[in-house]
Design a protein around this ligand. Structure first.
Ligand code: NAP
Length: 522
């Protein structure tokens, strides 16, 4: 599919809007062919938000959790029927391999389907009961019942470029099932893919009116349209996350904000890990460096290896990386495509140069290296680049998230507490993986590093054939980490709905509350 001359439109107030202003070019990152444009502005955010609250909110409120879940399921079916078109578009506009495209698209569809399943289990209710009634005074009549109800406003979802489909769906599905209309602002890079998905959903008319608004534009002025009762869920860099949190309208409206930001994720190898576990570790390090060309918020940036095993691990990893084919993601055997834009390539190279000031290259150097099936001088490529730090105290290794196929080997003493302390120097992360078969090592590591992380993945010989590994964000587990990772939390089964629900305790006469809240008399 070639999308030349596509001009992204926005879907708001129940119709398509062309947008105006400077046109941002959308470029195939492999060939640098122009695919289309995104108008930078010209949208009436206040009117779009008002429609979502006024039309989308009540339309969703009329439906039960189960009925909303059915709409999500219908949306998943629509997109799934066009999965192949979406995969091809991802290859074209985001430079992903087919495998990486499926990671985004199937991951998004799977997550939405998971939430549809959960929503159905909540049945015909519109309010969730949170725990049992509690007696609040000497009289058994005076009780309190905690309830969870849809927040009164809308959910503004600001998404990162690297998961155009997963990012849209993993946020929209829980919000819509919770009964909250969604205003999504996908990132412009990769926006063609999100745009096509929205076109399909609008044409299929599976969602209630006003439930989904999608704005393809630059973000100026967007946050100014939020107000009390709304929720903002942001995914992107820490720098933008800070701007979102500190925005006047967010502060003055006391708007609930969830930030999913960047993270200097770590892999930790136990000195006594078995051969099988060490192989799993090496396999996952290479996969995390290369999948989506390292443009994953969960990708390893730090690889902590016991000093005693550093040379052995380095030679294993460099041998594996030497076998990786970088180039045109349409070509068989290529597993690493380009970064999504020239700006991202330049940012990654600047980050690599920053690390190289204190680390040495052991594979790659931030250049593109030999490319398969790419016209000379074309494409936004960065070849897999592995650096080696002298010690855990080497500057920048715990601070810089280089958003590309880049990681740094860091020696540590081999002690689990020391590994945890090194991980903690990332100041809060999305996830770390520890590769160990030793319960004591894992216990010590989790006890010390756990509070700095949203997720700890334990890779071991026994789990190697069974789990999807470090990088997969699974909807039944929470996603999001403390500190610089943004402090946000998404997914995690029903927990994922809570961002969009207000917990209120209703106190009063037991029989009255039982009737009013639909509590089965106990
Ligand atoms: P970004 O530059 O921070 O942009 C993220 C989104 O914010 C985009 O939609 C962007 O719009 C928008 N935006 C930019 N400035 C804004 C402002 N002042 N107000 C409101 N919105 C604004 O991040 P990115 O380059 O797209 O994504 C890469 C980063 O995201 C990486 O650091 C990665 O670690 C992080 N990430 C985190 C997670 C997670 O779950 N924790 C997941 C994926 C990615 P435009 O595109 O129009 O500029």
């Amino acid at each position: 599919m070639t999308a030349d001359s596509t001009r992204l439109r926005s879907y708001a107030e129940g119709r398509w809007h062309d947008g105006t202003g400077a046109l941002v070019p959308l470029i195939d990152p492999t060939t640098e062919v122009l695919l289309g444009h995104c108008p930078s502005g010209g949208l009436d955010f206040a009117a779009a938000f008002d429609y979502a609250r006024r039309v989308g909110g009540p339309a969703l409120a009329r439906l039960s959790f189960a009925e909303r879940a059915e709409r999500i399921e219908a949306a998943v079916k629509v997109l799934h029927a066009h999965r192949e078109v979406l995969i091809e578009l991802s290859v074209e506009c985001a430079g992903t391999t087919r495998g990486d495209a499926k990671f985004d698209i199937d991951g998004g569809l799977g997550t939405a389907q998971f939430y549809a399943g959960l929503g159905k289990t909540l049945g015909a209710r519109r309010t969730l009961l949170d725990g049992d009634m509690v007696q609040l005074s000497r009289s058994p009549r005076y009780v309190g019942q905690h309830v969870l109800q849809s927040v009164p406003g809308l959910a503004l979802h600001i998404n990162a470029f690297n998961f155009p489909i997963w990012g849209l769906l993993e946020k929209a599905a829980p919000a819509l099932i919770a009964g909250v209309p969604v205003v999504a602002k996908p990132a412009i890079p990769g926006g063609l893919l999100a745009y096509r998905a929205v076109e399909l959903l609008v044409a299929a008319d599976v969602l209630p009116p006003g439930a989904l608004t999608v704005l393809f534009c630059e973000p100026d002025g967007l946050l100014g349209a939020v107000r009390a009762g709304d929720v903002v869920a942001f995914t992107g860099s820490s720098a933008t996350g800070r701007k979102v949190r500190g925005h006047d309208a967010v502060l003055s409206g006391f708007v609930r904000v969830n930030v999913e930001a960047d993270s200097v994720n770590a892999a930790v190898l136990d000195p006594d890990a078995t051969d099988e576990t060490t192989t799993l570790f090496a396999h996952e390090v290479v996969r995390e460096m290369t999948q989506k060309a390292g443009q994953k918020c969960t990708a390893f940036r730090r690889v902590l290896v016991p000093e005693s095993r550093l040379d052995e691990v380095q030679s294993d990893l460099t041998e594996r990386l030497a076998a990786v084919k970088v180039g045109n993601p349409r070509s068989t055997g290529v597993t690493v495509g380009p970064l999504i834009t020239a700006a991202q390539r330049d940012r990654a190279r600047a980050g690599i140069a920053g690390l190289a000031a204190s680390c040495r290259f052991v594979h790659g150097d931030g250049g593109s290296g030999a490319l398969v099936d790419v016209e000379a001088g074309r494409g936004f490529f960065v070849g897999p680049t592995l650096l080696r730090a002298e010690s855990v105290d080497t500057p920048r290794v715990h601070d810089d998230e280089v958003f590309g196929p880049v990681a740094t080997l860091i020696p540590y003493s081999g002690d689990a507490t020391a590994a945890a302390a090194a991980v903690a120097r990332g100041q809060g992360g999305l996830c770390a993986s520890v590769y160990s078969d030793d319960r004591d090592f894992v216990t010590t590591f989790v006890a010390s590093a756990g509070p700095w992380l949203g997720r700890v993945n334990v890779g071991s010989e026994k789990i190697a054939p069974h789990g999807p590994g470090h990088g997969a964000v699974l909807p039944a587990s929470i996603h999001g980490g403390p500190g610089r990772a943004g402090g946000g939390q998404e997914l995690g089964g029903l927990r994922g709905l809570e961002l969009y629900l207000q917990r209120t305790v209703v106190q009063g006469d037991r029989p009255m509350l039982e009737r009013a809240l639909g509590v089965t008399p106990g």
